[in-house]
Design a protein around this ligand. Structure first.
Ligand code: MF3
Ligand code: CO
Ligand code: CO
Length: 253
């Protein structure tokens, strides 16, 4: 399938959408603490997104019932915020924000630790964060998509963790999910050639135990089969001639 490359005007809009999503995620971070419900996170995302003139892309997407995904502990991704689900001391929780601004989407997530965490929790969160960076570092015009997954897989397995295969990153632009599919495992030198102007997400899900996952009866929540801890980080990146620009980073990198 043809993969879109974006012109200067589209890139300017993608930058603003990426920045908006990053700002909302930072707002959540500033309020996140033990004792709140995941539904509160959903309310903060709705409120902040509206305040900056955007729309939560995830709300109603294929029937998704909330504005944000909140994925705690063994939840790998697509956790649905709920009034009965409390954030507790020692938890890890991924908050995944996607914002539509002026017709373009930005998508970013981070896994936060709540209070004092176990060594295992800190490890899986650190490995997920570093695997995203390893993936980002391979991106430049002329590289292959398989380079991204290969770098992520190598880092995670060196650290004794596993990488989820069933879900990946995606092209993003005027729609939240577009081609290509960005696998977080792969072989260097394989896959499509990256071209300046392509925009996609990298969002590795890293498990402490086995990589196998399944979807719960709610049709959304993805959990690790062995209920081991899972962490995820996501950025939206623009391919450039010499590397990439992280559109969802708040500070210059
Ligand atoms: N933001 C998620 C992603 O990274 C999208 C989840 S789709 C939803 O691709 F419907 F669950 F929100
Ligand atoms: Co995404
Ligand atoms: Co996302």
């Amino acid at each position: 399938m043809a993969i879109e490359t974006h012109d200067a005007l589209a890139i300017a809009k993608l930058r603003r959408a990426g920045h908006a999503a990053a700002k909302t995620l930072a707002y959540v971070e500033s309020r996140l603490r033990a004792g709140i419900s995941t539904a509160a996170i959903d309310a903060w995302v709705r409120e902040h997104t509206q305040r900056i003139g955007g729309k939560p892309s995830q709300l109603g997407y294929k029937g998704f019932p909330a504005a944000v995904c909140t994925s705690r502990n063994e939840v790998v991704c697509h956790g649905v915020p709920c009034h009965h689900e409390m954030v507790k001391e020692g938890d890890i929780i991924n908050v995944d924000v996607t914002t539509e601004l002026d017709g373009y989407h930005g998508d970013t997530s981070r896994t936060f630790t709540i209070g004092v965490s176990s060594r295992e929790a800190l490890h899986v969160v650190s490995v997920a964060a570093r695997s995203l960076e390893a993936g980002i570092n391979t991106v430049r015009a002329g590289a292959r998509l398989g380079d991204v997954g290969a770098a992520i897989e190598a880092l995670a397995s060196r650290e004794g963790c596993s990488v989820v295969r069933e879900f990946g990153g995606h092209g993003i632009g005027r729609r939240m999910h577009m081609p290509p599919h960005v696998s977080h495992v792969g072989t260097r030198g394989t896959g499509i050639k990256l071209v300046a102007g392509m925009v996609f997400t990298i969002e590795p899900m890293v498990n402490l135990g086995s990589p196998a996952v399944h979807v719960l009866d709610d049709g959304w929540t993805v959990v690790s089969n062995d209920r081991s801890l899972s962490a995820q980080f996501e950025h939206t990146v623009l391919v450039t001639r010499n590397g990439c620009e992280v559109l969802t980073a708040l500070e210059k990198r």
